[in-house]
Each structure stands twice: as structure tokens, then as C-alpha cells.
Design a protein around this ligand. Structure first.
Ligand SMILES: Nc1nc2c(ncn2[C@@H]2O[C@H](COP(=O)(O)OP(=O)(O)OP(=O)(O)O)[C@@H](O)[C@H]2O)c(=O)[nH]1
Ligand SMILES: [Mg+2]
Length: 617
């Protein structure tokens, strides 16, 4: 069994190490945990060992963190000055005053106001909306051209452009996930965008009439609206609303664009403290430029109630701006602190060292289901977009005589086309997991008619992130939903490809192939060796056995001949026994000894790996 954090072995892969470890379950061979799944519900990830079956075993512990209220309060230098103000923003003020005593629990409750609980205790949506789809004909034409020159092997390929219908299907799903009821749709095909209202004035009228007809209070645009466009549209719709007076006094028509809709879903799904802080930051960044434009009704010198609490000549708008600005500073600071904590955990994982695989893929592709099917980790898998927002890592043990009996698998947030970059940036933590991974597992929902475009959209994000050249295992998921011919075709295609497997995470079909593909991808991280090891260096031989793969072994007079693969650091260290100088092949001589030392920082702890296997033997 491997003691966590052996000295002198620097590793590339990482394992979460708990700072104050709970007692390991009986039979556990190493100590692992996830710093990320700090969860308010505590018991989201339950593990049913008995159901893990013969095939996969799960080794999992959960970090035992004290409840938030019991933890020491961090010190902040950027404390915003307390502001008290009567009127509409009182809640914000209160939040600022007690900022350090309660925050994450009270954040992001805005959404709740739009839901109500019925007599059976079920939450129901009250928000009716209509959806506006816009097809940019010029962009579509460009896309068609690009399609002609599309090179499937170019990992840096540009993101594909989804057709109007494909995009609308996705938007309907997003609207549903956000908890609204979709009452009607309007589409416009246009050559250029109307700078004031995005869509043409005729379409605005049409939308108004449709909203009128259905008593809808929200209009969702499948586009990124500028703050100015949003303001103009809101003005137009609300003027009409007031004239028709069907919404009552305090309800206003909201104009929501794609970014705002996705942010709303993120806000509803954020579970961990870090996730909530990140979403809150993204929301504030989103609102900041809209403050001036959108909330012009706040733009007045506030009267009663502000005495002593306002800076000289500060208007309501200035106060609002200051509140948002201060909040952004504090949120950033808090997130920074968590990131520091995270890097401590990461160093711990690096010491223990197991290969790290990261699940990536379009939202709803089945990433969490793949993780579940492998580990029965009980990660929430739901038929909604962006069910997962926080990275969750599990240790997976493979069966039998495997060179890589254990690895870590991280579930991450899903990608979506046209995702604004500032939103992506808000999920730095998740993206870091992807950057750190040795191998990416790209899960693709082949039951979705747009799966090829979705796959390309993901690949273009990956290459933007600079991880486009990491080894990838392509998982064609949900084959159970395809008709027989289609399923057969994809399975056939996968059988001819080293890095592609066709599976159903739901039924477990093809998961054995997945495991083999993972093994192969991990093997690709090993360097080929051909050595003759003197008999007095028997220890070196066992290291190769443990950490690498031995293909041929032969006992010769001068020592043991070994042909196989080993981690690059081991291969480099044993280079003095290399057969490279002799006439037989030269594939071990790929780096010098000096490089070997430089490389060690970047290494996987294969000793841990090998011993893990021997522990099972
Ligand atoms: N029929 C079928 N459904 C599947 C399969 N894999 C996943 N699903 C379903 O697809 C939905 C989405 O699965 P998730 O595992 O939550 O997908 P995800 O990629 O983690 O999604 P996000 O976290 O929201 O990005 C769930 O309803 C799953 O039950 C499969 O192989 N077959
Ligand atoms: Mg998920």
C-alpha cells in the first residue's frame, strides 16, 4: 500500500489529499478525497459499494468539512463600507452589512421569487415567456462556405454555426431548464441586425401581440443583446404593457438574452460555495454595464432615508454602481481565497499521483452518467442542461491485470455553442481540471441530431483553451436511443478507431470497450523501452513491472532483456541500460538524461499505480 506523498517522486497526475482525513474505509488502499464536492447537502454523493458489481470498484472518501458557520471567518482587506439605504435596495444593503456572516446561503435567491410552491409542495413556474429566434443569413452563408473547407483533423477548427432550427431546439431546452413555460415563438431571418432593437420593428410588434395574447411577461432572445438593445426593447415592451395593463402594476416585461438565460440556469444549479460565488460574480459582471441603461428608474436623487448614508451628491444610480463594484471586488477576493485553497489540495494530489482523466462534452451529453456508470458515485445526472456546475473527482479501479488499475476521473461543467467568454471565465475551477488532465474523455450524445456540430463546438472550445492536443477518448454515448442500423454503424465505426468507443452509459453497453480505450490512452503516455538490465539491478526490473508494460522478457548472460513501455522518467533513468547503442531499434533514445531530471516535475507516479495493482494481487 502506498503512503500518500512519498518524498522525491514528483508527479504530474494528482489525487486530492485531505487535510484532516476521516478514517479510511476498511480495505481502502489510499487516501483520497475531493475538495470540490463540499456540498451544502452533505450527502449528495452517496456510494453504494455493494452495487458496484464485480467489474468496477470505487474508492471514495468525502472531505469532512465543518459546516460553514463553524469555520473561521477569513479576513478581508477590501471590506466595503457599510451602506444603508431605504427603499428598493434595502436587502442588498443588509447583505453588505452582514456580509461576512451569511453570504452563500442567501445568494442567488432571486430566481425563487419567480417560482411558487403549490399545495403539494411542488415548485411550479409562474413565468410565461415567448422565444425569439434570429437567423443571421450572412453568417449562415459564411458557415456554408466554411463547411466546404472543413477539415475534421484540424483540432483548431472554428466553432460551427448552428442552423436556426438547431439553435431553437436548444433554446427550448434552455427555457424549460430555466423553469419557464414557453408560450410562443417568433423567428426572423435577417441580413443585418437592427442596431436599436436587434430584430426589425415589424417583428417587435409581432412579438408584442404574441405576448399580449398569452399574457407572457418575459421575452427570450436567442442572441446576445447589447445593454442598449436590451434597454430599448424593454422600454418598448413595457410601454405597451402599461397601455394594455394586463400585468398589473409591479410586474414588468423582461427582455432576456442567451447569456442572461444561461446565467439564470447556472444560478439555479450552483451547489457548492465556490460555484455560487462564481455565478454571483458572473451575474454582477453581466449587470454592471446594464446598470446605467436598464435601471434608469433608479436614476434620481434619492430623497428620504438616505441621510448620513450617502456620499456627497451621490445619486441613486451612483450608489447602485458602487454597490455592484464593491460586490465584484469582494467576490473576486473570496474566489481567490478558494483558489489558493484548491492549489494546496492540488499539490497534495500531485504527490500521491494517479493519472487524471477529465470528462468534457456538450451539456447533457451524459458526462455525469458515464462517471456514474463507472463509479456509482451518485453524481446528479438529469435531463436538463447544465446539471453539473462543479467539478467532482472520483477514483476508478479497473478490473484484472491492467497496467493502470486506478485513475481519477473528473466530471465537469458542460459546454454549449455561443457561450460568452466571460461566462466561461467564471468557471475557471472546472477549466483548470481540464487543463490538468492527462487524458480527456469527450462524451458525445449521438442521439442528438446535431451531435456532430456539438462535437466540433466542444473541440473548438478545447483548442481555444489550449488543450486541443491532449489525448482524447471519444465516447459516442446514448447508442441505446438509436435505431438498430444507426447504432450498428457507429459501433462499427468505433471498432475501427483506437480512440473512439460507442456506449450507453444508461444500460452499460460498451463500457468494457471504454475501459480498454482508457487503458490504451494511458499507455500512450508511456515511452517505449528496450533494455538489458544487469542481474544485480533486479529492483529496476520490478519497477518496470509495476509502472510499465512488459511485452518481451528474456534472461541473457549479461542481464535481463526487456522490451516494453515505461513512464518517460523511468525510461530516461534507465537509459544507461538501453539497447539503443546496439543495432536493434532506437526508440528509447528520445531524451537525454539531463532532460530526465527536468521532466520529473511532470511525471505520473507510476509506482503508486503499480503498487496499487500489486496490493490487489
Ligand atoms: N437513453 C440514454 N440516456 C442517457 C444516456 N446517458 C445519459 N443519459 C441521459 O441524458 C441526460 C443527461 O445526462 P447527464 O449525465 O446529466 O449529462 P451531462 O453531460 O452530465 O450534462 P450536464 O452536466 O448538464 O452538462 C440524463 O437524463 C441521462 O439519464 C444513455 O446512454 N442513454
Ligand atoms: Mg453533468
Amino acid at each position: 500500500f502506498v503512503p500518500a506523498g512519498r518524498n522525491g517522486v514528483a508527479t504530474r497526475s494528482r489525487l486530492y489529499v485531505i487535510s484532516s482525513p476521516p478514517p479510511p474505509p476498511a480495505g481502502s488502499s489510499s487516501r483520497t478525497s475531493d475538495d470540490e464536492d463540499e456540498n451544502e447537502h452533505g450527502a449528495l454523493f452517496t456510494l453504494d459499494e455493494s452495487s458496484a458489481g464485480d467489474f468496477f470498484q470505487v474508492d471514495e472518501e468525502k472531505e469532512a468539512l465543518p459546516p460553514m458557520s463553524d469555520r473561521p471567518l477569513p479576513e478581508y482587506t477590501n471590506t466595503p463600507e457599510p451602506i444603508q439605504e431605504a427603499g428598493g435596495i434595502a436587502a442588498e444593503d443588509e447583505d453588505d452589512l452582514s456580509f461576512f456572516y451569511r453570504d452563500e446561503d442567501d445568494m442567488l435567491t432571486e430566481r425563487e421569487d419567480r417560482l411558487y410552491t403549490d399545495e403539494k409542495g411542488i415548485r411550479r413556474e409562474i413565468e410565461k415567456c415567448i422565444l425569439v429566434g434570429v437567423e443571421d443569413l450572412a453568417a449562415q452563408r459564411r458557415a456554408k462556405k466554411a463547411e466546404l473547407y472543413y477539415d475534421p483533423l484540424d483540432s483548431g477548427a472554428e466553432a460551427p454555426i448552428f442552423s436556426l432550427e438547431e439553435s431553437m431546439i436548444e433554446m427550448r431546452e434552455l427555457v424549460r431548464t430555466a423553469g419557464m413555460s414557453l408560450e410562443g415563438e417568433i423567428v426572423q431571418r435577417q441580413k443585418e441586425v437592427n442596431p436599436k432593437t436587434y430584430i426589425g420593428s415589424g417583428k417587435v410588434e409581432e412579438a408584442r401581440a404574441l405576448m399580449d395574447e398569452h399574457d407572457a411577461c418575459t421575452i427570450v432572445f436567442d442572441a446576445e443583446l447589447s445593454p442598449g438593445q436590451q434597454k430599448t426593447l424593454e422600454k418598448i415592451f413595457n410601454r405597451n404593457a402599461l397601455q394594455n395593463d394586463f400585468l398589473g402594476e409591479d410586474q414588468e416585461i423582461k427582455v432576456v438574452d442567451r447569456t442572461a438565460l444561461i446565467l439564470d440556469i447556472f444560478a439555479q444549479h450552483a451547489k457548492t460555495r465556490e460555484g455560487k460565488l462564481q455565478v454571483d460574480l458572473a451575474l454582477h459582471e453581466f449587470r454592471k454595464p446594464r446598470l446605467t441603461k436598464m435601471w434608469t428608474h433608479l436614476e434620481r436623487q434619492s430623497g428620504a432615508g438616505g441621510v448620513g448614508l450617502r456620499g456627497p451628491g451621490e445619486s441613486q444610480l451612483e450608489i447602485d454602481r458602487r454597490l455592484v463594484r464593491d460586490r465584484i471586488i469582494v467576490l473576486k477576493k473570496k474566489i481567490d481565497d478558494i483558489q489558493k485553497q484548491r492549489s494546496i489540495h492540488r499539490r497534495g494530489r500531485q504527490r500521491t499521483g494517479l493519472p487524471l482523466l477529465s470528462l468534457v462534452g456538450y451539456t447533457n451529453a451524459g458526462k455525469s452518467s458515464v462517471l456514474n456508470s463507472l463509479t456509482r458515485a451518485g453524481v446528479m445526472a438529469e435531463s436538463m442542461l447544465f446539471a453539473t456546475l462543479d467539478p467532482t473527482t472520483r477514483k476508478v479501479k479497473l478490473p484484472g491485470e491492467s497496467a493502470h488499475p486506478e485513475f481519477l476521473l473528473t466530471d465537469t461543467v458542460g459546454f454549449i455553442q455561443k457561450l460568452p467568454t466571460n461566462l466561461v471565465a467564471a468557471f475557471r475551477a472546472t477549466l483548470e481540471e481540464v487543463e490538468m488532465a492527462d487524458v480527456l474523455v469527450h462524451v458525445i450524445d449521438v442521439a442528438n441530431p446535431s451531435w456532430e456540430k456539438q462535437e466540433r463546438a466542444v473541440r473548438s472550445v478545447l483548442s481555444e483553451m489550449g488543450v486541443g492536443d491532449k489525448p482524447v477518448v471519444r465516447v459516442l454515448n446514448k447508442i441505446d436511443l438509436l435505431d438498430e442500423d444507426e447504432a450498428e454503424m457507429l459501433t462499427y465505426e468505433a471498432a475501427f478507431s483506437d480512440d473512439t468507443v460507442a456506449v450507453s452509459a444508461l444500460t452499460g453497453e460498451g463500457m468494457e470497450d471504454f475501459v480498454v480505450a482508457v487503458e490504451e490512452s494511458l499507455n500512450s503516455l508511456l515511452a517505449p523501452i528496450e533494455l538489458v538490465i544487469p542481474y544485480n539491478k533486479g529492483q529496476e526490473l520490478s519497477i518496470i513491472h509495476e509502472q510499465g508494460v512488459v511485452e518481451t522478457i528474456d534472461y541473457r548472460p549479461e542481464g535481463t532483456y526487456v522490451l516494453g513501455r515505461a513512464p518517460p522518467a523511468v525510461a530516461n533513468r534507465l537509459q544507461m541500460y538501453s539497447m539503443a547503442d546496439s543495432a536493434t531499434g532506437d526508440d528509447t533514445q528520445q531524451s537525454t538524461n539531463t532532460k530526465a531530471t527536468a521532466d520529473t516535475d511532470d511525471e505520473i507516479d507510476w509506482v503508486a499505480l503499480g503498487r496499487g495493482r500489486h496490493g490487489q494481487d
